[in-house]
Write a protein that binds this ligand. Structure first.
Ligand code: RFL
Length: 386
């Protein structure tokens, strides 16, 4: 269920082992290949894709990032995480990754995929022959009988709700903060990611390609993008990201402008009978720390490999451990997102005590080698092998 990074990766792993698989997706192929979202991919996740034959284009085209820059108190503070750890980040826009994965799944590995499906329902999940029903593009109702259902249908899908309330717990956290997410047809204004921690609110700058840059502006939750005409966006970005010695941002046409309300959830366990949740269907992390797609890939590697082991040899340990193995990383990333949210938003909280303590926390990252290393490890994400 779902042709996002999680569902397509599981599908590719199953097809590589010759296992029959059907991917159902509510949107069209053109839509999913263009939907702008993530960009930052952790090094271990790229290695995981590479090991499964899914990173050829990514390794050719992705940019490697080795440092980020915080701007606060009118000054620039460079943080070279690769110098501290030997590891780096990749930047590869999510639509390019989804395009690569859908091509590999459907066109190369011969996987079946149906786009534009509606009214998807799950049945008999607690039996060993679960059923999925849906309305296809021609309006016909269809029934699919299978061995397993991978619920990879994202934050707005139906699979999470198919777990009876008494069989799973959903932990939620609402930051009470909004981010105006922007895509600008403008070249990046810095060779690295910028985080502006400013009394007027957080601002972020992230390269997506030589022509396109993602920006974020903290705003009230539920704010209307219509309150943010282009002039106001650019003047606020210039102001919040200003620092001594930093050239002004290169402006351009804004091609995406939407308000994201920052909230997280985690479903535990991520399994009910023969339904296995993966990615945003199971856990949402607001894009504060750029972790959501990385978690989706981590789940997909574990689930794909566990399903292959079970269906090919009857080995069930991977499926048995699946939820716990995913949730360890999920909670670690949730904690880091929360920590980072305080750093980003303390200065603009209106509470001078919070502003003082969170700026002290940020300065410690630059002044204490051990605090710097701890930050770099969380920022880069833990390598499952190391
Ligand atoms: P997706 O990508 O949402 O895919 C789910 C798919 O399921 C389809 N669907 C259904 N299909 C069948 N039946 C149904 N009933 C269905 N209902 C929905 C949907 O159309 C969709 O195609 O989930 P997945 O695979 O779990 O992947 C998760 C990631 O997409 C998400 O976590 C990231 O985009 C989060 N994120 C980031 N993550 C990072 O790791 N690094 C980043 O730099 C980063 N930046 C971001 C982000 C998310 C953002 N937004 C829009 C919230 C930046 C932004 C602005």
């Amino acid at each position: 269920m779902g042709a996002g990074p999680a569902g397509l990766t599981v599908g590719c792993i199953l097809r590589a082992a010759g296992i029959d698989c059907l991917v159902l997706e509510t949107e069209s192929r053109e839509f999913i290949e263009q939907r702008p979202r993530a960009g930052v991919i952790e090094e271990w996740a790229v290695r995981g894709l590479e090991q499964r034959g899914l990173a050829r284009n990514l390794l050719e085209r992705a940019q490697r990032h080795t440092q980020c820059e915080f701007r606060f108190g009118g000054q620039r503070h460079r943080f070279s995480y690769t110098e501290l750890t030997g590891h780096h980040h990749y930047v590869y826009p999510q639509p390019l990754l989804v395009t690569d994965l859908v091509r590999e799944y459907a066109d190369v590995r011969g996987g079946e995929i149906h786009f534009g499906v509606r009214d998807v329902e799950l049945h008999d999940l607690d039996t060993d022959r679960p059923v999925v029903s849906y309305t296809d593009e021609t309006g016909q109702r269809q029934l699919v009988h299978g061995d397993f259902v991978a619920g990879c249908d994202g934050a707005r899908g139906v699979s999470r709700a198919a777990i009876p309330a008494e069989r799973a717990r959903t932990a939620r956290h609402d930051y009470g903060i909004g981010w105006l997410a922007l895509l600008a047809e403008a070249p990046p204004s810095s060779d690295c990611v910028l985080f502006g921690v400013h009394p007027r609110g957080f601002a972020g700058h992230m390269a997506r390609s030589p022509e396109v840059t993602r920006y974020y502006l903290e705003c009230p939750p539920g704010d209307d993008p219509a309150n943010w005409p282009d002039d106001r966006v650019w003047s606020e970005l210039q102001h919040r990201l200003a620092a001594t010695g930093a050239p002004p941002l290169t402006e351009g046409r804004l091609i995406e402008k939407r308000v994201l309300d920052m909230h997280n959830y985690v479903v535990e366990p991520m399994v009910f009978g023969r339904l296995y949740l993966a990615g945003d269907a199971a856990h949402l992390t607001a894009p504060i720390a750029a972790k959501g797609m990385n978690l989706a890939l981590h789940d997909a590697f574990l689930l794909g490999d566990a399903l292959v082991a079970y269906l090919a040899t009857g080995e069930s340990a991977g499926l048995g451990d699946y939820s716990e193995a995913c949730l360890g990383r999920v909670w670690e990333y949730q904690e880091f997102s929360r920590w980072l949210s305080e750093v980003y938003h303390g200065a603009s909280s209106g509470d001078p005590y919070l502003a003082g303590t969170t700026l002290a926390r940020l300065r410690r990252v630059f002044q204490s080698p051990s605090a710097g290393l701890a930050f770099a490890e969380s920022y880069l994400g833990k390598d499952p092998a190391g």
